[in-house]
Design a protein around this ligand. Structure first.
Ligand code: PMP
Ligand code: GLN
Length: 386
């Protein structure tokens, strides 16, 4: 048999799928894969049900239904003061994952260098490499994950095409601040580079913090592609509705990738998301407040058991150092162990590195129902009390 594509064949099954399967097999409480429970807004479910009855059911415009493009543009104006042309600067995708792939396939020319920040979301490297890009990796260091400015600057050069920036950041829960973003913006201008801004967790920001999109900084409107996800904003990850916002010169090549990858996204779901984005401030504030309370609940429980829990400013995730528990092994072994022996699944943080990661951190998703969080805490407490 002739070999398949060597880049993609070199990767195993994604860690989220692996841990979710293991969790299901062992009846574990799944705090591994990042998906929420019990937060689906009833109004969106009703809107989708209505759309399923009433239609339309045929291909919508490849750029997305007008109502959703308008809603994405309005949302950008309302939250970030951006003036976006819904007809030329917004494209609807089948989730943030497709949006990322479209941006990378649409912009990268083989041999281009792409700066990525570790720990990183698992789809970035395979797609960058499949597109022919040459990754330049920069690592944030625990426990505070601050931006290593000199290293980041050194990763940029004459061949840099773009940076992929994830804020709020999976898995570490970091939210890049205005100074860090200003430093990044200077680099982009200096090297005439673009930024693919993965902002799927834009509304999951805690303790009164504010998410600042890089595209709002001076000079960035023509350099940034901003990615959002209704999966995260409305706790409907299975719907796979995402959106890219960028100036026409950047969006056009990205649309070329989209038209050959998925072309469209189910129209009824787009309609429901359009209605959702227009929700009042109470919805957005309530979502963050609810998740913040869940974060604190899980953090307190894990700390009491003996985990060293790192701070989390945004996203769904807590990073925990499990060394204080005396486990003899790396993070992959630890996560498998607690899934099979304690009945609680987590994700090893080394999965977010190209090569050896720190090896002693487990990521727990706190976006679950209180009952699930309490049950997970009780199981881990029993297990480690032995
Ligand atoms: N980027 C990051 C950082 C994520 O954590 C996720 C989560 N799945 C995605 C992109 C993909 O979003 P979607 O589910 O909308 O494809
Ligand atoms: N983003 C989610 C996570 O980090 C999972 C997405 C997926 O399963 N592909 O857990």
């Amino acid at each position: 048999m002739k070999p398949a594509n060597s880049v993609l064949s070199g990767y195993g099954t994604t860690i989220f799928e692996v841990m979710s399967r293991l969790a299901a097999e062992h009846g574990a409480v799944n705090l591994g894969q990042g998906f929420p429970e019990g937060l689906e807004p009833p109004a969106l479910l009703q809107a989708a049900a209505r759309a399923m009855q009433d239609g339309p059911h045929q291909y919508p415009s490849m750029m997305g239904i007008p109502a959703l493009r308008r809603a994405v543009a309005d949302h950008a104006g309302r939250f970030y003061g951006l003036e976006i042309d819904p007809d030329r600067e917004v494209m609807v995708t089948s989730g943030g994952t497709e949006a990322l792939a479209d941006c990378l396939f649409g912009l990268i020319e083989p041999g281009d260098e792409v700066v990525v920040i570790e720990p990183l979301y698992d789809s970035y490297l395979p797609i960058v490499r499949r597109a022919g890009g040459v990754p330049r990796l920069v690592r944030l260091q625990p426990p505070d994950w601050s931006l290593p400015r000199a290293e980041l600057a050194a990763a940029f050069g004459p061949r840099t095409k773009l940076l992929v920036l994830n804020s709020p950041m999976n898995p570490v829960g970091k939210v890049f601040d205005a100074e860090e973003l200003g430093f990044i913006a200077d680099l982009l201008v200096r090297h005439d580079a673009y930024a693919v801004c993965d902002e799927v967790y834009e509304h999951l920001v805690y303790d009164g913090r504010r998410h600042i999109p890089l595209i709002t900084l001076p000079g960035m409107r023509e350099r940034c592609l901003k990615i959002g996800s209704a999966g995260k904003t409305f706790s409907l990850t299975g719907w796979k509705v995402g959106y890219v916002t960028a100036c026409p010169a950047l969006l056009q090549p990205v649309a070329k990738a989209h038209q050959y990858i998925t072309f469209t996204t189910p129209p009824g779901l787009q309609q429901a998301v359009a209605e959702g984005l227009a929700s009042g401030d109470g919805y957005y504030l309530g979502l963050a407040a609810d998740l913040e309370a869940r974060r604190d609940r899980l953090s307190a429980g894990l700390s009491k058991i003996g985990f060293d829990v790192l701070p989390c400013a945004g996203s769904y995730f807590l990073i925990t150092d499990f060394r204080p528990l005396g486990f003899d092994g790396g993070d992959d072994a630890f996560c498998r162990h607690i899934t099979t022996a304690a009945g609680v699944a987590a994700v090893p943080v080394s999965a977010f590195y190209r090569e050896a990661g720190p090896g002693h951190y487990a990521r727990f998703c706190f976006a679950k129902k209180d009952d699930a969080l309490d049950e997970a805490i009780a199981r881990l407490a029993r297990h480690f009390a032995r």
